[in-house]
Ligand binder design. Structure first.
Ligand code: A2P
Length: 281
C-alpha cells in the first residue's frame, strides 16, 4: 500500500468547529528556492493542509504554489506562525505573513515558541485574539507550549487555543503536555512526526511495516492518526509524499498501537521549549 492515491484524508473538528485535515504537509527546512515546487508536488499528491512559519522564510513559496495550483481556497487549510522576535507586534507580523502567502484569510496562526524569557506570549495572544475576532484568521493556536505556558495563557486570556503544535514522534510523545492540551479541548499537532526520519528504523516499526505490507513511515503516521494527533510530515520527494499520504489507509490494532507507544524514550530532537529563545527568528 505504499503509493495509493485517492485516499480520503480524515478531518478533525477543532474546538471552534473549524475542520482541519488531520494529515497535512510541513515545510520546515524546505529551502525558500525549492518551496514552490515542493508544495506544488504536495498539492498534486493530494495534500490540502500546508504548515509553514514566518521563521522558515518560505511562506512566499507556499503562496506561489497555492496561486499556481488553482485549487479553490476553501479546499485548502493553511497554517503559519508568529516569529519569536515579533511577539511584541503580532498584528504587523500577521499582515506580513498574509501578504507573503497571498491570502486574505489564514486558517490557523500559531505562536511559534513561548520564549518565556521574553515575557510576551500573553500580549501576543491578545493581539491574535483580535485578529481572530476580526475574522482575519479562522483559528488561533500555540506551538511548543508546555504545561505551565498553557496555564499562564489560559488564566490570562479569553480564546482557548485550537491547537498546540509540539514535537511528537514514537521516541518523544510528551504525554503530559498532550493530555493537558486535550483536557482543555486543544488538539495536539505533531511536528517532526517521523522523528525527522530517526524513528523509521526502530524494530517494532519495521516489523509492523513488513506485516502490513506498508512502509515504516506509514506505520508511524498511522499510529499518530490513531492516537488523534494532527500530523504534518515533511518530504521533498513526491513519491514519499504520496507514500505518507497513503498512511491514512492503514489501520493498526490496539496492540500494535501500544507497541509503538512503548518506544517512548524521552529523546527530544528539537529545542526545549522551556529555554528556547531563538529571538533572532
Ligand atoms: P525526504 O525529504 O528526503 O523525504 P519529519 O516529518 O519527522 O520531520 O521527517 C522528515 C524527514 O524524514 C526528512 O528527512 C524526509 O526526507 C524523511 N522522510 C519523510 N517521509 C519519509 C518516508 N516516507 N520514508 C523515509 N523517509 C522519509
Amino acid at each position: 500500500m505504499s503509493e495509493q492515491s485517492n485516499i480520503t484524508i480524515p478531518e478533525l473538528t477543532l474546538n471552534n468547529s473549524v475542520s482541519i485535515p488531520q494529515l497535512g504537509f510541513g515545510v520546515f527546512q524546505v529551502p525558500a528556492g525549492e518551496t514552490q515546487k515542493v508544495v506544488e508536488d504536495a498539492l498534486e499528491a493530494g495534500y490540502r493542509h500546508i504548515d509553514t512559519a514566518a521563521a522558515y522564510r518560505n511562506e512566499a513559496g507556499v503562496g506561489a504554489a497555492i496561486a499556481a495550483s488553482g485549487i479553490p481556497r476553501e479546499e485548502l487549510f493553511i497554517t503559519t506562525k508568529l516569529r519569536n522576535g515579533e511577539q511584541g507586534d503580532a498584528a504587523a507580523a500577521f499582515e506580513n505573513s498574509r501578504k507573503a502567502l497571498g491570502l486574505d484569510v489564514l486558517d490557523l496562526y500559531l505562536i511559534h515558541w513561548p520564549v518565556p524569557s521574553q515575557g510576551l506570549y500573553v500580549d501576543a495572544w491578545k493581539a491574535m485574539e483580535k485578529l481572530y475576532n476580526e475574522g482575519a484568521v479562522r483559528s488561533i493556536g500555540v506551538s511548543n507550549f508546555l504545561e505551565d505556558h498553557l496555564d499562564t495563557l489560559l488564566g490570562a486570556t479569553d480564546v482557548v487555543p485550537a491547537v498546540n503544535q509540539i514535537e511528537v514522534h514514537p521516541t518523544l510523545q510528551q504525554a503530559a503536555v498532550a493530555a493537558k492540551s486535550r483536557s482543555h479541548g486543544i488538539a495536539v499537532e505533531a511536528y517532526s512526526p517521523l522523528g525527522q526520519g530517526s524513528d523509521l528504523t526502530s524494530g517494532p516499526v519495521t516489523t509492523l511495516a513488513e506485516q502490513h505490507d506498508a512502509t515504516p513511515a506509514q506505520v508511524i503516521l498511522a499510529w499518530h492518526l490513531a492516537t488523534g494527533n494532527i500530523v504534518i510530515p515533511k518530504s521533498a520527494n513526491s513519491s514519499r509524499m504520496r507514500e505518507n499520504l497513503a498512511a491514512a489507509g492503514l489501520s493498526l490494532s490496539a496492540e500494535e498501537i501500544a507497541s509503538i507507544t512503548a518506544l517512548e524514550s524521552g529523546t527530544r530532537i528539537g529545542a526545549d521549549p522551556a529555554t528556547a529563545a531563538f529571538t533572532q527568528l
